[in-house]
Design a protein around this ligand. Sequence first.
Ligand SMILES: CC(C)(COP(=O)(O)OP(=O)(O)OC[C@H]1O[C@@H](n2cnc3c(N)ncnc32)[C@H](O)[C@@H]1OP(=O)(O)O)[C@@H](O)C(=O)NCCC(=O)NCCS
Length: 174
Amino acid sequence: MTPTKAYLTRPRERYKDSFIDAVYEYIREKRTVNWHPEILRARFDEYLRVLQQAETDPLAGMVPATQFWLVSENDGYIGDVDVRHHLNEGLKRYGGHIGYKIRPSFRRRGYGALICRLGILEARKRGVGDILITCDDDNIGSSRIIEVNGGVLQDKIDNGRHALTRRYWIRDSR
Ligand SMILES: CC(C)(COP(=O)(O)OP(=O)(O)OC[C@H]1O[C@@H](n2cnc3c(N)ncnc32)[C@H](O)[C@@H]1OP(=O)(O)O)[C@@H](O)C(=O)NCCC(=O)NCCS
């Protein structure tokens, strides 16, 4: 199914409630979250500032990165994508230029493929040519998403995780 009427936006107050609901879903699937939902509820402005800072003034060891939220008018926050403006040694092994997730209750509707495609466009706007995307070898959904978006598998490397890391490149054909 092709999702309609979902688009990327910068994180904003308007999508606070749906985002916090999604964070509870991420916790239920045992995903690590940086901010507990009740802290987010109390200090959402601060959270938005931290995301902004990641773009212009990243913490030591981090590269500048822009986070976008995939939203729709009816559903609010559906997922997020981090677009890293360049790679460091760590990201070359794990993470790459683009990382995304879709909230569990909205999966298997095509939003993963969409957020990846839109993330690629945002990376290109920021001057990234060839785009590296990585995923765990057993992440069937993400592998599929990368491949439908033109990713070519470079290799699988051992990062000491539960599965090897697949490294895909989306070449700049411009
Ligand atoms: C991976 C993830 C983004 C997929 O999101 P999604 O919205 O379900 O993806 P889509 O609906 O666009 O599915 C894309 C394709 O993958 C397939 N797929 C998705 N999840 C799958 C799964 N768990 N098992 C098998 N196939 C799967 C879909 O059937 C679809 O295949 P098709 O192109 O043949 O129709 C989502 O599961 C997620 O957020 N996971 C946790 C975070 C994560 O792994 N991020 C990626 C890091 S690299």
